[in-house]
Design a protein around this ligand. Structure first.
Ligand code: CP3
Length: 352
């Protein structure tokens, strides 16, 4: 197997920097749009293992990527908790029965990974079978805090008004919800590892909207609990965990002490200084601005070169964007980015 990703996450030597992208499967690919149309909806696509497998593999057919990421969504957990999820075109996710009163939390149960989320486990098994060990498969979940924002707001939000009101006025209830979500996530990620996921990533997309003390109390604490309780080894191989808090650059030292193997960084952070701050403890994943992929291939190449130079020589870097690929990106530009990582990164991995 091409195990560059697993080696880099363990900060072991590699011949070149491994590369994959958040949202590497998605609407920027015409073949994704065709499969989604065949499925009928985004949620149907997520819950049909053969189709989820097909879209997972699509970017790997186009580009020599070093990892596959399970095609699913972080909102599968609240969806199976019975909040009634739909994806509204041009608007994003919407819950029919959001969490509004403390009593709403009492009605939520922890979903069983195989009984309630079996479609995700089946997708993982199907993808592993079809990958034939070409590259490792990354499983994932949302952070409890990020899931809670969607469940309380009822969808995407700009100011997180309801969630923050609960944080300040009813912190005990919010903690009860976060605890439930942490338990659900432990079961969910454990199920993914048993089904064949070889690395895990926790997406804390909205951790960055918290204060420093709020981040520690309402987000990092629960991610730490998850990291402590999920299997960190399976079939005699380490299963590395990446924590990604968008906007969390200021907290990377605390994140590095959470027990994770790697930190996902957004583009506001300089990889060189990040490495000085935490590099001996964890690997770093990132962090090209996704908007770079709208620029010319020449500009993309120079930004890739700059990002690799920022991290510098030696192992422990996984090349990625600082957030997901946007739907308006030209697939060829993604290819130019991968090619540039292949071309420029070997010089940073020569034996010294
Ligand atoms: O990275 C991958 O290729 C794997 C697939 C993946 C998706 N969602 C598919 C998806 C992953 C890892 C996610 C995680 C996810 N989902 C996050 C965390 C990462 C991030 O982007 O911050 C969040 C916050 C969600 C919730 C979510 N799902 C939102 C807010 C939306 C709507 C916004 C949008 O881009 O349309 C989704 C939908 C979604 N999830 C799409 C995809 C490919 C687009 C759905 C479509 O086909 O219309």
């Amino acid at each position: 197997m091409n195990d560059r990703l697993l080696r880099a996450l363990a900060r072991e030597s590699v011949d070149r920097t491994p590369v994959w992208f958040m949202r590497q499967a998605g609407r920027y690919l015409p073949e994704y749009r065709a499969t989604r149309a065949r499925a009928g909806s985004f949620l149907a696509l997520c819950s049909t293992p053969e189709l989820a497998c097909e879209v997972t593999l699509q970017p790997l057919r186009r580009f020599p990527l070093d990892a596959a990421i399970l095609f699913s969504d972080i909102l599968t957990i609240p969806w199976t908790m019975g909040l009634g999820l739909e994806f509204v075109e041009g608007e994003g996710p919407r819950f029919r029965s959001p969490v509004r009163a403390p009593g709403d939390i009492d009605r939520l149960g922890v979903p069983d990974p195989e009984d309630d989320l079996g479609f995700v486990m089946d997708a993982v098994r199907t993808i592993r079978r079809e990958l034939h060990d070409r590259v490792p498969l990354i499983g994932f979940a949302g952070s409890p805090w990020t899931l809670a924002t969607y469940m309380i707001e009822g969808g995407s939000s700009r100011d997180f008004a309801r969630t923050k009101s609960m944080l300040f006025d009813h912190p005990r209830e919010l903690h009860r919800l976060l605890e439930l979500l942490a338990d659900a996530t432990i079961g969910y990620l454990t199920g993914q590892v048993h089904a064949g996921a070889q690395a895990l990533m926790i997406f804390d997309t909205w951790g960055g909207v918290l204060s420093t003390s709020g981040y520690e109390e309402f987000s990092l604490r629960y991610m730490r609990r998850i990291v402590e309780r999920i299997p960190r080894e399976h079939e005699s191989r380490a299963v590395p965990v990446v924590l990604f808090t968008k906007g969390g650059g200021g907290w990377m030292e605390s994140i590095a002490h959470s027990g994770c193997d790697a930190i996902g960084l957004d583009w506001t952070v300089d990889l060189g200084s990040a490495r000085t701050r935490v590099g001996a403890r964890v690997a770093l994943q990132g962090n090209l601005d996704p908007a770079t992929l709208r620029a010319s291939p020449a500009r993309i190449r120079s930004e890739v070169a700059r990002t690799l130079a920022e991290f510098g020589a030696g192992p422990g870097h996984v090349f990625n964007l600082g957030h997901g690929i946007t739907p308006d990106v030209e697939p060829d530009h993604v290819g130019a980015c991968v090619d540039a990582v292949h071309e420029f990164s070997p010089e940073y991995h020569r034996a010294s």
